[in-house]
Design a protein around this ligand. Structure first.
Ligand SMILES: C[S@@+](CC[C@H](N)C(=O)[O-])C[C@H]1O[C@@H](n2cnc3c(N)ncnc32)[C@H](O)[C@@H]1O
Length: 335
């Protein structure tokens, strides 16, 4: 068993009067959060996703119950015990434009409607932490409370749940069955080199973009854990004038991963050196799709649909499995 597979202490089933607890997913992406609930013993009844490539990956790896479409245009086809939702975070994220008028922000407001129509007793919404301070969260929470749910929120750091990546996410739990306790941290702390161990050379996902000669020269000027400030200092001739203007303010971009620490939050464009600290710890290249998938604890047998950037998006959008399982265990424990 590799570190990316289901841990031995995962629940074998989650039962409600003999039947498995049923889960419906909204904004399912390629299905990492849904898979975490399945790993903890839930039955996945339906899943809705509007991106055809993410939906195709979901169908291959998680289940054929995925339905392609927009949540605002569809209705539940069955009753479920739990609704799990990961609405788009770009309008709330500090990495995005944080635009309060982003049309996607209001998508979270369909979640209470789905919960009501599906007869769900528990709702779980995952997003970036600033979501909790938004007017959209307040409206969503008010609608759920009006429908008889109690609400609690958790802000959790994936490194506390055996994930080799720093990733802080908010979880909103609305429940008619009492509120669950915050997931206890696990004792296993993982670092980037744990995720990168024993990757097969012929793994079709062990691929990265060919860098130009200039890009490779910049990478080779990077020490372990270094970033573009190091390149600007030791090899200024390789840097555009803008890097010198910004000076030491911008950190992490063109960063080399420290193998002995958790990796930085994986973004949807983790194969672009200008987007963060995603250069391989020892080699002068971006991390591969497989290395990115490992940082999200995606099992090696999963395969993804689409071109490279569509795949980095599906991987970077997901909830790392260790974090998802920790949340799922608490939620399913309510039944
Ligand atoms: C943050 S990702 C969800 C990732 C997922 N929770 C996981 O762990 O893999 C959000 C997803 O919502 C999808 N999406 C955005 N707007 C949508 C809509 N109106 N209807 C359905 N899906 C939508 C996006 O295509 C994206 O895959």
């Amino acid at each position: 068993m590799t570190k990316s597979e289901v841990p031995a202490n995962a629940r074998s089933s989650s039962r409600r009067g003999g039947a498995m607890v049923s889960v419906g997913e909204l904004f399912s992406g390629a299905g990492l959060f849904g898979q975490a609930f399945a790993d903890q013993g839930a039955h996945l009844s339906f899943a809705i996703e509007m991106d055809p490539l993410a939906a195709a990956s979901y169908a291959k790896n998680v289940g054929k119950h995925i339905e392609l479409g927009r949540v605002e245009d569809l209705k539940p086809r069955s009753k479920v015990d739990v609704i799990v939702a990961g609405p788009p975070c770009q309008g709330f994220s500090t990495l995005g434009r944080r635009d309060p008028k982003d049309a996607r922000n209001k998508l979270c407001l369909v979640i209470p409607q789905w919960a009501k129509a599906a007869g769900a007793e528990v709702v779980v919404v995952e997003n970036v932490p600033p979501f909790l301070a938004s007017s959209y969260w307040r409206k969503m929470a008010k609608d759920l409370e009006r429908d008889g749910f109690e609400i609690c929120t958790w802000t959790l750091d994936a490194t506390e749940y055996g994930v080799p990546q720093r990733r802080v996410r908010s979880f909103t739990i609305a429940s008619k069955r009492g509120l669950p306790g915050r997931p206890p941290a696990t004792s296993d702390r993982m670092v980037a080199k744990d995720a990168f161990a024993a990757i097969r050379r012929n793994d079709p996902m062990h691929i990265w973009p060919e860098g130009t000669e200039l890009m490779v020269a910049r990478m080779s000027a990077l020490p372990l854990g270094g970033d573009r400030r190091d390149i600007a200092r030791t090899a200024p001739e390789l840097c555009p004038p803008s890097w010198h203007k910004i000076g030491c303010q911008a950190t992490d971009v063109w960063g080399r991963i420290n193998p002995n620490a958790p990796a930085n939050t994986l973004r949807c464009d983790f194969q672009n050196p200008s987007k963060g600290r995603y250069i391989h710890p020892k080699q002068d290249r971006m991390i591969s799709l497989r290395e990115g998938a490992r940082l999200q604890q995606i099992p090696d047998h999963w395969t993804f649909e689409g071109h490279r950037t569509a795949i980095t998006r599906q991987i970077g959008n997901g909830v790392p499995l260790g974090l998802g399982r920790a949340v799922a265990a608490q939620v399913l424990g309510l039944f």
